[in-house]
Design a protein around this ligand. Structure first.
Ligand SMILES: [Zn+2]
Length: 166
């Protein structure tokens, strides 16, 4: 059994933490702000190797794990690195998990022309802008929607079914 046990140099650690945007609340995703790999996962070069950042975060937070196991997302957001959103599973659990979640809206990349944002995404967008963590332009690009959609969400003139907190 191979153990996944990543160690970051001081410089790598700086690069890692500098690209994570934390939203301060109990449940919002922490976004990796960097170009994802072809599968949509955040990536970082560590010791000349391409590593997926959610695996790095899991290891830093919870300790080393069996390298055969997968680090899965409770939130279905591949660019999320919030430790409480990550859990360890295998290929079977991964498939089961996907089936359970069904075809949920994507967090990154082009949405379908008729796709809707989920309540979770709407809350995320409102908090991220309110806390000054992301520009509306960045979020529009991130979610693959027009800027006016983000603007309407933030101003509270769309998605009225999702209550704006505080
Ligand atoms: Zn998340």
């Amino acid at each position: 059994m191979k153990i996944y046990n990543i160690r970051l140099t001081a410089i790598e650690a700086l690069r890692f933490w500098a690209r994570i945007v934390e939203i301060s609340d109990d449940d919002s995703c922490w976004l990796w702000k960097g170009k994802p790999n072809h599968n949509g996962y955040g990536r970082l070069t560590v010791n000349r190797r391409d590593e997926r950042v959610h695996r790095i975060m899991y290891c830093l937070h919870y300790g080393p794990f069996d390298n055969e196991r997968m680090v899965l997302h409770r939130c279905d957001n591949r660019l999320c690195v919030r430790p409480s959103h990550l859990f360890l599973g295998d290929a079977y659990e991964n498939a089961k998990d996907r089936q359970k979640k069904g075809r949920t809206a994507r967090w990154y990349g082009p949405q379908h022309h008729n796709s809707k944002l989920t309540a979770k995404q709407v809350r995320f967008i409102r908090k991220a802008v309110k806390q000054g963590k992301f520009t509306q332009r960045y979020l529009a690009k991130y979610f693959g929607v027009h800027e006016s959609i983000i603007s309407d969400v933030v101003r509270g003139i769309s998605y009225l079914n999702v209550p704006t907190e505080d």
